[in-house]
Design a protein around this ligand. Structure first.
Ligand code: URA
Ligand code: URA
Length: 304
């Protein structure tokens, strides 16, 4: 098989797997497939020169429709056209076999026995302490705490931002519309809510769902760290800008943080969009799908 045939096969496979925006040297999968299957004259037409500096953003903004059936392949292969190797863009990394390492925050060993909350041995201990916590002012406005819920032996941990009204009313994380979508996201990778652990950076609801304040994060984060230490999960997924930026202590955007395997207290951490953001922008569902698939592979021990 010559290089172009191999590329054609590869692109078809990627498309069948649902990859619409694989980027090859600034070409989308659809554009590249069109080029390698078109007539020589067309194939030699100049490549699109539009800057595709942020391929993920571009593909989110305007997904390129891919024809259901590819144009027929010429019987004889015309002269070869140099095709650059896939470049290491975020979009390409989303389909790469192994994602590069990202930010590493905290060391499991240093916290485990000496941390301020080291006498909390179980998730129930953490829940009890957060219920009585008055370290920040949120306990005065939120009627109840939302410590998180799930399996005490969960190996997959989902971290969101903070409880909203539904969570505040029930004491359970992610039970509103965003929570229902989170359930579907988990189901898509074969996980039931009961077998993972779902929690938030903040354990009490900020009034009116305002953004969490730095002092609230500082007060509440040790509980999350302790939950992670107790569980020692195989993978953490940070859902949304706030969880990602808070856990990794970075101002980088979700677009920059996706497609890497970060570490949080030694545990691989994947960043993806918040389910509430997906409700507003369904175009982000596909990258989210990529991200949770990758997290599932880490859970399965297929990676790292
Ligand atoms: N959004 C979050 O970040 N967490 C919840 O628990 C619910 C909605
Ligand atoms: N804003 C958010 O809060 N979350 C996302 O995932 C994306 C944008």
């Amino acid at each position: 098989m010559d290089g172009r045939s191999a590329l054609r096969t590869y692109l078809r496979h990627q498309r069948e797997l649902g990859e619409r925006d694989l980027v090859l040297d600034q070409l989308t999968a659809a554009e590249a497939l069109r080029l390698v299957t078109a007539s020589p004259a067309v194939r030699r037409s100049p490549r699109p020169t539009a800057p595709i500096a942020a391929p993920i953003a571009a593909s989110i903004a305007a997904p390129i429709p891919v024809p259901e059936s590819a144009p027929s392949v010429p019987a004889t292969d015309p002269p070869a056209v140099p095709v650059a190797a896939p470049v290491a863009t975020p979009a390409a990394s989303a389909v790469a076999a192994i994602w590069p390492p990202g930010i590493s925050m905290g060391r499991m060993e240093s916290e485990l026995f000496d941390g301020p909350l080291s006498d909390l041995r179980t998730l129930a201990d953490v829940a009890r302490v957060t219920e009585a916590c008055t370290q920040c002012t949120l306990s005065a406005t939120a009627p109840r705490n939302v410590p998180g819920e799930g399996s005490p032996s969960a190996q997959f941990v989902c971290v969101g931002e903070a409880p909203g009204a539904n969570e505040d009313a029930t004491g359970r994380p992610f039970v509103g519309r965003a929570g229902q979508l989170l359930d579907k996201i988990l189901a898509a990778i074969g996980l039931a809510r009961e077998e993972v652990f779902i929690c938030n950076v903040l354990k009490h609801r900020p009034p009116g769902n305002r953004n969490p304040q730095p002092d609230e994060v500082a007060a509440c984060k040790p509980y999350l760290v302790r939950q992670i230490e107790i569980l020692r999960p195989k993978v953490i997924v940070a859902f949304g800008t706030f969880a990602a930026q808070t856990l990794l202590e970075t101002p980088l955007s979700i677009g920059k943080l996706r497609g890497q395997v970060h570490r949080y207290y030694g545990v691989p951490l994947i960043v993806t969009y918040h389910p509430a953001a997906l409700l507003r922008n369904p175009a982000w569902k596909r990258p989210t799908w990529d991200d949770v698939q990758y997290a599932r592979r880490i859970l399965d021990g297929a990676l790292t």
